[in-house]
Structures are given as C-alpha cells and as structure tokens.
Design a protein around this ligand. Structure first.
Ligand code: NAP
Ligand code: G3P
Length: 471
C-alpha cells in the first residue's frame, strides 16, 4: 500500500492522520497521504517565508543548478510516477507517462527561458527627464501557493512549482486529493535532491476541509490555481489581496464551417472531446454545425467514436473510468436532461458505475443543460445552427471563454470568424489544447484570470524592481 507524507521544511510529516486515495478504476484504496491540521499548514507557510530570502539571494544559475538534481530524479522515476498517476486518476498508462515526459520538457524549457527574462531599460527623455535612466528587473514575489487539479496532477503542479522556484520564490503546494499520491511522491525527491530546507513544502488534505485555511494564510504573496470555477471564485474571495492566476473551467466550442476535410475534422473533434474521457478543461464540449454538414459529420463521428476502446487504464483503453461516481452521476444528469427534452442519442449513454461509454448527442437545443454546462466527462453535444453569425453568438453566450476551434479550409474566413470569438485562444483546424507549453495559455470570463505558459508563468511569479539612475 502506497503511503506518502506531506513535506514541511524538508521533513516528512506524520501526525497520525491519513487520507485514503481511491483508485477510480478499481474503486479500491490506492494509497494514503497525510491529512494535515491547520497548525501544520501554518507551519508550512512560516518555513516558506523563512526560507525565501536566502533562496532569492542565490543567483539564477545557482537556483537552476540546485533544481537540476530534482529534475533528474523525476526523469529516473518517470515509470513509477506514471504508474501512480494512472492508479489515482484512472488515466491510461500511455497518457500518464506522456504527462510525466511533458513535465520534464516543461522543466527544461523553463530553466532556459528564465535566463531570457531580461531587465528592461527606459530613458526619461520623452518626458523631459533626460537625466534619468530606469532599469527595471523582474524579482520574486515571495511565497507562492500552488494548487493543482486532479486531471494533470503532476504536470499542472510542476508547471507552477518550477517557475516559482526558479525565479526565487518559495512554494507551498496543495495537490488535488486525487493526485495527492503523486504529489507527495515528490516529498522524498525533494529530500534526496538536497533542495534547501523550506523552499518547497507539500500540504495535503481534502480541499473542502483545509482549502480556506490554506488560501487565507497571510504569508501568501501569490496564488496559482487550476481547477473549477466554483473553487476559483472561493479563492478570489479568500485571497482578495493576493496576486492570482486562475485557470478554470471551459466549454470549448468547435465550429464546423465546411465539409472539405471532414475526416480530419472528426479526428480532431473526437480526440479533442474524448481524450482522458473528456476530463480536460480544453476538451471540445460542443459542436456547432449546419444541418447540411451535420448529416455527413454525425455518422463519421459515430463511427470513430464507436471504434474507441473502453476499459481499464492498465490496458491502455482510450476511454477509462471518470474520476468518481459523483462525477459520473452529474454527467448522466446532463445526458438524461437532453434526452427528456428531445435530443437524439447517437451512441453511448451506457455506464457501469463510473465507467461511461462515450456519448454523442445530436439535435441538442439551447434549452438543454448539456448545451451550456461543463460535463468534464465523455459527452459531446451537436448543436445544429445554419448561420455563422448565430454560431458565433452561441459560442460567445457561454459563461466560459477558454478556447475554441474553427474547422474551415478557407483560412481568411476562419480568421475573420476567429476574431469574433470571445475566448483566450481560437484554434484553426485543430482541437483546443494547452500545448505547446511555450505558448501563453489563458481563459477569459469564468475560465480564469492571468496567463500561464512557460514564459508567462515565470513573469506572473515575479514583479518589477526598478532602479532609476540620475546623471
Ligand atoms: P476542483 O474541484 O476545483 O479542485 C481543484 C483544486 O482545488 C484541488 O486541489 C482541490 O483539492 C482544491 N480545492 C478544493 N476546495 C478548495 C478550497 N476551498 N480552497 C482551495 N482549494 C480547494 O477542480 P478539479 O475537480 O480538480 O478539476 C476539474 C475542474 O478544474 C474542471 O472545472 C476543469 O475545467 C478545471 N480545470 C481547468 C484547467 C485549466 O487549465 N483551465 C485545467 C484542469 C482542470 P481537493 O481535490 O482536495 O478538493
Ligand atoms: O485540463 C487540463 C488543461 O490544462 C488542458 O491541457 O494539454 O490537455 O490541452 P491539454
């Protein structure tokens, strides 16, 4: 039985309280992690504050070199780490390993990009202050709280933790409960890599029990959060005086504007909607298409969907159980609501506990919940709309504004349409995606605030420090 400890000041915490982590595929206990008290959490922030000054005073290269051993231990343990991910979130083994490899690539790119965060120089001449030169550097904000979601428990954790540390901040990290095993697996790697005490602390426990204690701690200088809109709004309330980067939910539309490459469009839509069983914030969560094209598109989508393997992560099934039965129940309510209101189930609508067969729903209308709500599961609604103007209007009426996809061979038409879509990013002829990780990644409206992506994360965890020289 896996049993890992929280980490405070490079000490493994054992307060006798444990939190069981359930394997969503077997619905058995995958392992246990520490369940911290309010005192433990306050201690974590105190040591992070205490360690921050000395860590920031190291040179950038010294900080990067100190982190390289930690990075190498991740690489050496990548098979074990991917196995843990798979056991605790039912992500298939192939995708779990891909998550770890992608994380190592992010770490390496972050080390290099940090060296390109140069000071900016300003002259006062334009404002009649010709005797002043301003040199503005980026310096650490201080103590960063990093909170990650269950669906990329390793990647979306280190994509926050590493830039924070590289730029001289110290970190308190709260993994998702379903993600805490892989989160606390890092405790031993921190110790083994001899990172300075207290720069990287890992606190565990159920968010609903310790979340408010964590996010209202006075030592926090910046919170980087990825998760649901509801929790994001709660953090906005608690951390109101703190710098925030929030990556929240999505309802990414796919607008299909022609039928000139339907096979490719379908591959992108299927992978975009059903990768990791639809549990991705950037998943395609609605298709907007005219009747004429839909009559060709839907049968193609159906055929591709029915060819996807459904089963267990250990067998590398494409569709695996969703994170828990509560999520499966919610997803089912959206399917049932659509059926009751006259939608057509093209395929799917079948489940065994939290294993849900991929479901394609046609003739979805705007009075149905699945047209607007985020299932975070293997469900895709088709909304048949003939005019592009109405597709754009429906796309923009959503509370969300993460990403969108436009499928169209006429690039100028695609760009003209994309410019009217209110999301952080619009993908032309590909599924929505957070990658490549060197790109800025952002959501607007309820999908978040601030920007991630390697360079943007480095900048968001720093502030200007200006030197004005008078001569
Ligand atoms: P969640 O339920 O919001 O949880 C996210 C994180 O917040 C977890 O670590 C959770 O811990 C913690 N948390 C819970 N209550 C808290 C509180 N009161 N204060 C502080 N932290 C608290 O989200 P999830 O279920 O992990 O992920 C699914 C949602 O996240 C979806 O809406 C998805 O769209 C969104 N998401 C967005 C992105 C993006 O990049 N935009 C990426 C991934 C996921 P516990 O697990 O212990 O509750
Ligand atoms: O939901 C996770 C979000 O970060 C999407 O990542 O790379 O699957 O588009 P990706």
């Amino acid at each position: 039985m896996r049993q890992y400890n929280a980490l405070i000041n490079n000490k493994l915490i054992d307060n006798g309280q444990w939190l069981e982590i359930i394997n969503p595929a077997t619905l058995t206990v995958a392992g246990k992690v520490s369940a911290l008290s309010a005192k433990d959490i306050n201690d974590a922030f105190k040591v992070a504050r205490k360690a921050q000054k000395a860590w920031e005073e190291k040179t950038l290269l010294d900080r990067i070199n100190a982190l390289k051993k930690f990075r190498d231990l991740i690489d050496q343990n990548k098979q074990e780490i991917s196995k843990i991910i798979s056991e605790e979130i039912a992500k298939n083994l192939k995708e779990s390993l891909a998550e770890v490899v992608r994380t190592i690539e992010i770490i390496d790119y972050t080390f290099e990009e940090a060296k390109r965060i140069e000071p900016s120089a300003f002259t006062g001449e334009g404002m009649g202050a010709q005797n002043k030169i301003g040199i503005f550097s980026r310096v650490a904000k201080g103590v960063v709280l990093a909170i990650s979601p269950f669906n990329y428990p390793f990647n979306l954790a280190l994509a926050k933790i590493i830039p924070a540390l590289v730029m001289g901040n110290t970190v308190v990290f709260k993994p998702a409960t379903a993600g805490s095993l892989v989160g606390t697996f890092l405790s031993k790697l921190v110790i083994e890599s001899n990172l300075p005490k207290g720069i990287f602390n890992i606190v565990t426990g159920r968010g609903r029990e310790i979340g408010d204690i964590i996010t209202s701690n006075p030592e926090i200088d910046m919170i980087s959060f990825t998760g649901s809109v509801g929790i994001g709004n709660q953090i906005r309330k608690n951390g109101s005086t703190t710098d925030l980067v929030l990556e929240l939910g999505g309802k990414d539309p796919a607008l299909v504007l022609d039928d000139l490459n339907l096979d490719k469009y379908c591959d992108e839509i299927i992978n975009g909607a059903f990768g990791y069983s639809g549990q991705r914030c950037t998943a395609v969560k609605r298709v907007l298409v005219s009747n004429k094209i839909a009559d060709k598109l839907v049968p193609l989508l159906k055929a591709k969907l029915e060819s996807l393997s459904v089963g267990m992560p250990k067998d590398n099934a494409f569709i695996t159980p969703v994170i828990d039965e509560k999520s499966a129940d919610f997803i089912q309510t959206l399917i049932d609501d659509a059926k009751e209101k006259g939608a057509k189930i093209v395929t799917g609508d079948k489940r065994k506990k939290n294993l849900m067969w991929p479901t394609l729903i046609d003739n979805v209308t705007l009075d149905m919940k699945v047209a607007w709500e985020e299932p975070f599961g293997p469900v895709l609604p088709i909304i048949r709309i003939d005019s592009i103007e109405e597709m754009i209007e429906i796309s923009n009426n959503s509370q969300f504004g993460l990403q969108a996809s436009i499928f169209c061979q006429d690039i100028s038409k695609a760009i003209q349409t994309a410019k009217k879509i209110k999301t952080g990013t619009v993908n032309i002829n590909s599924k929505p995606s957070r990658g490549p990780d060197s790109f800025p990644f952002l959501g607007i409206k309820d999908s978040g605030e601030g920007v991630q992506g390697i360079r943007e994360s480095l900048l968001s965890m720093t502030r200007y420090m200006g030197l004005v020289i008078n001569y």
